[in-house]
Design a protein around this ligand. Structure first.
Ligand code: IDP
Ligand code: MG
Length: 156
C-alpha cells in the first residue's frame, strides 16, 4: 500500500470545496489516514516547493500557499500516488480534463485547488514535512474486503 500527501489549497478551502473533493477520494475507495487544517508557514512552503525555487512563478506560489489555511491529507491505497495524480488532472483547470478535480472545479492558470505527491520519494519527503509521527494512522476499514479482492491473500 502506498501513502501520498494531498493538500487542498487555499482556493479549495475558501471556495467551500473541501467536502466535495474529499468525497471523491472516499468514493474511489482510497483510505484517508491523516487529515488536518493548517496554515502553511513561509519556511514550510519553501521546503515543500524547494525544487521550484528558481521558477518564475515561485514567489507567487509561496504567497498563494501561505495566504489562507489548507487541508492536508495522507491518503492510502494500492498505487495511491498515481491514482490521486490522475484524479487531480493536469496542472491547471483551463487544461485539465473534465472528470478530474482540477478539470471540474477550476478555470485558473494559477490557482489549482490541489497538490498531490508526484512519486514515492516525494510522498515520503512531503508526508514527513506535513505530518508528525503519530498523525498518520494505521487502522482497518470494515469495507476493505469489498474495496479490494483479498481472495488471493493480497489486495487486488
Ligand atoms: P503539479 O502541481 O501539477 O505537479 P508543478 O509543475 O509541479 O505542478 O507545479 C507545482 C505548483 O506550482 C502547481 O500546482 C501550481 O500551483 C504552481 N505552478 C506551476 N506552474 C505555474 C505557472 O506557470 N504559474 C503559476 N503557478 C504555477
Ligand atoms: Mg509537481
Amino acid at each position: 500500500m502506498e501513502t501520498t500527501l494531498i493538500i487542498l489549497k487555499p482556493d479549495a478551502v475558501q471556495r467551500g470545496l473541501m467536502g466535495r473533493i474529499i468525497s471523491r477520494f472516499e468514493e474511489k475507495g482510497l483510505q484517508i489516514v491523516g487529515c488536518k487544517l493548517m496554515q502553511i508557514t513561509q519556511e514550510l512552503a519553501a521546503q515543500h516547493y524547494k525544487d521550484h525555487v528558481n521558477k518564475p512563478f515561485y514567489a507567487g506560489l509561496v504567497r498563494f500557499m501561505t495566504s489562507s489555511p489548507v487541508l492536508v491529507m495522507a491518503i492510502r491505497g494500492n498505487g495511491a500516488i498515481a491514482i490521486c495524480r490522475g484524479m487531480m488532472g493536469a496542472t491547471f483547470g483551463s487544461k485539465a480534463a473534465a472528470g478530474t478535480i482540477r478539470g471540474d472545479f477550476g478555470v485558473s492558470n494559477s490557482f489549482n485547488l490541489i497538490h498531490g505527491s508526484d512519486g514515492p520519494d516525494a510522498a515520503t519527503r512531503e508526508l514527513g514535512l506535513f505530518f508528525k509521527s503519530g498523525e498518520v494512522l494505521d487502522f482497518q476499514r470494515a469495507s476493505e474486503a469489498w474495496i479490494y479482492d483479498m481472495s488471493g491473500g493480497k489486495a487486488e
